[in-house]
Design a protein around this ligand. Structure first.
Ligand code: SDX
Length: 379
């Protein structure tokens, strides 16, 4: 066996083999099952893309209709999950609530038959169907309201916005949201997907797999950055004049500017380009966002100062501006990312089960050996 050198963050080290998605970080390309994300954003829907990611091929008409039907009919939450959620503190972060709810699903569906395609399909359907309902329910419950039931006449994205805002969304808003879900659905072996893979490799249940991935996505270096971008634009920068001094201050202090930089992309993230276009379309239709100009100026200055290091806008930079215009509260941006990425996590779970071997890397020990046990009174 060849022993590789240690690389912090496993940079550049393949952790698995996969045919699900592909990123070319130098050219700014992203493909799901060989199809460009731009084409899927334009022509597909989130559920069709999820099917593609998980089962490897675009569904035929009747396959898609069945998948949509099944998801539509599994959106409701068991009353015990809702009762459990009533005990959550309303000040708690929605990602923590989502992680607890995803894990709790395992209590209700404890049969584990990982070699049964029907079990795999049921778990995929339940998770894709119920996670949006959990996010919306937490939002209403923390405001002291009862969650509202999903509506069978609304598609996946329109129904989520309806459950969240208690108002049927404009079809254009629902379409934009659906494109956002497609864009976030999968991205090779990022931190949360790696987490999902490690958990999956122990042959635990899929609810534990998704719960561990949700916990990993929450951090500000990963999915949590979309929330931090809005805080930065609003509270830390605030005006166009402050952009340049803010960037210079961050560079001097070696602080990370949220929504920029990527382990793989050394050019602008292709998803950021599409999200920026979506933001502009939304502003044209529903009115401008005062922070958009600040965002554009920030991107310009970061590119000027850090472009030589390959630091450009990533997926989390413009998504928050889109979500805000759709009426989604800032601390739900990362749960929305999780709704979408559940498709990618499940695709990797299924792929991992196909050729499973438990993850058990090695380490380079940096401690000492043969140390004496020092009695308490002598320490
Ligand atoms: C996501 O992996 C995926 O695919 C993730 C994702 C997905 O779809 O799953 O694309 C989603 O997580 C997007 C990333 C969201 N995070 C942020 O926006 C947080 C800010 N960005 C970073 O902290 C950072 O760029 C990372 C975490 C995204 C990448 O970290 P790396 O690869 O470990 O890079 P690094 O922190 O070691 O930085 C390398 C250099 C350093 O400079 P030097 O010490 O070499 O001089 O680049 C600089 C860093 O200081 N740098 C930044 C920067 N990001 C990197 N400097 C200022 N601001 C930044 N944002």
């Amino acid at each position: 066996m060849t022993v590789c050198e240690y690389r912090a963050g496993l940079e550049g080290i393949p952790a698995t083999q996969s045919s699900i998605s592909f990123v070319d970080g130098q050219r700014g390309l992203l493909e799901y099952r060989g199809i460009s994300v731009e084409e899927l954003a334009e022509k597909s829907t989130f559920l069709e893309t999820s099917y593609l990611l998980i089962w490897g091929e675009l569904p035929k008409k009747e396959e898609l209709e069945l998948f949509e039907y099944e998801i539509c009919h599994h959106r409701r939450l068991k009353y015990r999950i809702r009762d459990m959620m009533k005990c959550f503190p309303e000040g708690g972060h929605p990602m923590d609530a989502l992680q607890a709810c995803a894990a709790a699903l395992g209590l209700f569906y404890s049969r584990r038959a990982l070699d049964d395609p029907a079990y795999i399909r049921a778990a995929v359907v339940r998770l894709l169907a119920k996670i949006p309902t959990m996010v919306a329910a937490f939002q209403l419950m923390r405001k002291g309201n009862d969650p509202i039931q999903p509506r069978d006449d609304l598609d996946y994205s329109a129904n989520f916005l309806y459950m969240l805002t208690e108002t049927e969304p404009d079809p254009f808003a629902a379409h934009v949201f659906d494109v956002c879900l497609t864009l976030h659905a999968e991205h090779t072996i990022n931190a949360s997907t790696f987490s999902a893979l490690v958990t999956a490799s122990t042959l635990t249940d899929p609810y534990a797999v998704v719960a561990s991935a949700v916990g990993t996505l929450a951090g500000p270096l990963h999915g949590g950055a979309n929330e931090e971008v809005i805080t930065m634009l609003e509270d830390e920068i605030g005006t166009i004049e402050n952009v340049r001094p803010y960037v210079e201050h961050c560079i001097e202090k070696k602080a990370k500017i949220m929504g920029f930089g990527h382990r793989v992309y050394k050019v602008k993230d292709p998803r950021a380009t599409i999200l920026q276009q979506l933001a502009e379309q939304l502003f044209e239709k529903y009115g401008e966002d005062q922070f958009y100009d600040i965002a554009v100026e920030l991107e310009r200055v970061v590119q000027e100062k850090l472009g030589h290091k390959g630091i450009y806008a990533n997926v989390d930079f413009y998504s928050g501006l889109v979500y805000r215009k759709l009426g989604i509260p800032t601390d739900l941006f990362t749960p929305v990312f999780a709704i979408s990425r559940t498709a990618g996590w499940l695709a990797h779970w299924k792929e991992q089960l196909g050729e499973n071997r438990i993850f058990r890397p090695t380490q380079i020990y940096t401690g000492t050996h043969g140390n004496p046990y020092i009695p308490m009174e002598k320490r």
